[in-house]
Design a protein around this ligand. Structure first.
Ligand code: NAD
Length: 266
């Protein structure tokens, strides 16, 4: 129960990693605000799973609609959560989208949409959290769901790759700016995780095997394995960590092509 009594907002908690984070945080005793944009039923499914997984922890939860590209909806989300829980201690910027397209063919509306959710949306939520943390005093925690593509280029997914690269700087800049006020800002960089964002390969055994052949640990992650890292970073066990990205990627950031020596002979 590392998060007992902490009040948390998880954006995009109606599926995938966000759903796993909401469940794990509730199991750790947190009060969880389950944000969704348009899939109310899926948010309710998160709530149902929390009820099953976290009964007896004393955790409370609410569902809050907000499109994180919209400032007024974000403000309203924070207002509702503060009204319900009394305050916010942890913001998890999890919501994210991607779209495949060769870079020279990208429609600028798609480019803007990906940046608007993944980077601008994360900033808008962080700004609202910072205003709240500073007004009430006592610090707070902001966690960003980044990606290995924070540092590994992702051809044909340029807006996504740029958004996660920007997220590293967002994490580090905010961490530095607010460290003196007791506000910690960190990120998690997952590798390949079995979630709906990867629908293209998770249900296709051949495609999945192809993806997993690139991963040193030989398999994609379960969303729960990523949620565990968020739980650590949100907890007081991480009280001296700020401005960092922890890569939970099965070794993807270790230049997997070098698993066998190929460049120096012998
Ligand atoms: P997902 O598609 O299941 O989840 C994305 C969530 O974001 C959905 O619930 C969606 O409704 C929500 N969302 C999208 N636009 C929104 C908006 N405007 N306002 C509010 N919510 C919005 O996929 P996922 O894999 O769980 O992705 C979650 C995060 O993890 C993303 O930021 C993604 O980039 C990151 N990530 C995923 C992987 C992976 O392999 N699955 C790897 C690295 C990073």
């Amino acid at each position: 129960m590392k998060l007992r009594g902490k009040n948390v907002i998880v954006t995009g908690a109606s599926s995938g990693i966000g759903q796993a984070i909401a469940i794990r945080f509730a199991q750790e005793g947190a009060n969880v605000a389950i944000n969704y944009r348009s899939e109310r039923e899926q948010a309710e499914a998160t709530q149902t799973q929390i009820a099953a997984a976290a009964s007896g922890t004393g955790s409370r939860d609410i569902i809050v609609q907000a499109d994180i590209t919209k400032e007024d909806e974000i403000r309203e989300m924070f207002r509702k959560v503060i009204e319900e829980f009394g305050s916010v201690d942890v913001l998890v910027n999890n919501a994210g989208i991607q779209k495949a397209c060769p870079s020279h063919e990208i429609d600028i509306a798609d480019f803007d949409r990906v940046l608007s959710v993944n980077l601008r949306g994360a900033f808008l939520c962080a700004r609202e959290a910072l205003r709240h943390f500073l007004a009430r005093g006592g610090g707070g925690v902001i966690l960003n769901n980044s990606s290995v593509h924070e540092i590994i280029p992702k051809p044909k997914y340029l807006p996504y790759s740029i958004s996660k690269g920007g997220m590293e700087n967002l994490t580090r800049s905010l961490a530095l700016e607010y460290a003196g006020q007791g506000i910690r800002v960190n990120a998690v960089g997952p590798g390949a995780v079995v979630t709906p964002i990867n629908q293209a390969w998770i249900d296709n055994p051949q495609a999945k095997a192809q993806v997993e052949s690139h991963i040193p640990m030989g398999r994609a992650a379960r969303a729960e394995e990523i949620a565990a890292v968020f739980a650590f970073l949100a907890s007081d066990d991480a009280s001296y960590i700020t401005g960092q990205t922890i890569f939970a990627c099965g070794g993807l950031t270790l230049y997997p092509e070098f698993r066998v020596a190929w460049s120096s002979g012998e």
